[in-house]
Design a protein around this ligand. Structure first.
Ligand code: FE2
Length: 186
């Protein structure tokens, strides 16, 4: 496992307000990740880039516990596959909060916290199948398949994903490099 020792608040991002506390999204992501029968036959792997697909909530609701139905109503669900070496740039999810669960393989997540007047703080952790991360809006991370087996993950966003800002670390600080928008860039 690759890991940098950092404060607990970084390694397990904590929601800050009820509206920004997507515990339900995390439960939904885990529930869908373990129900491989709902999506396994849809997964594709592409050499050129990560493969992504939207899951229709109507297709999964019969398989979910009723306690998750309210969460599902406002959620957007993505299924992603990652060949070794494939990954995202450093990015956030705009105003969307959410969660992702690793369903197959292992993904490495790098989390960057914006310091207030200080250098950005970073942590990196390998997330094996069964692990889940949940996050509030404006959470900045990078996810990469750094190992040797293909990986699959389930991502839940609420409200639905409309944009992602991309970043780089420059001089120890987080610098925005661009914005990708739904309907334009994906
Ligand atoms: Fe992300």
């Amino acid at each position: 496992m690759t890991s940098t020792v950092l404060p607990t608040a970084l390694t397990t991002p904590a929601p800050q307000t009820p509206a920004d506390a997507p515990a339900g999204a995390a439960a939904l992501a885990v529930a869908l990740a373990i129900r491989t029968d709902l999506w396994a036959d849809r997964v594709e792997y592409r050499e050129q880039s990560r493969w992504t697909a939207l899951l229709d909530p109507a297709d999964v609701v019969p398989a979910l516990d009723p306690s998750l139905h309210a969460e599902l109503r406002d959620a957007q669900i993505w299924l992603l596959s990652w060949l070794p070496g494939q990954g995202t740039p450093l990015h956030d999810h705009g105003a969307s909060a959410g969660a992702f669960a690793v369903a197959r393989g292992t993904l490495t997540e790098r989390v960057v916290a914006r310091g207030t007047g200080t250098a950005a703080r970073q942590s990196t952790a390998d997330l094996a199948a069964g692990r889940v991360r949940f996050f509030g809006s404006h959470y900045v991370h990078q996810v990469v398949n750094t190992l040797h087996e293909p990986a699959v993950s389930v991502h839940v966003y609420a409200p639905r994903l409309t944009l992602m800002n991309t970043y780089r670390i420059e001089g120890g600080r987080l610098v925005r490099t661009g914005t990708e928008r739904a309907g334009v860039d994906w």
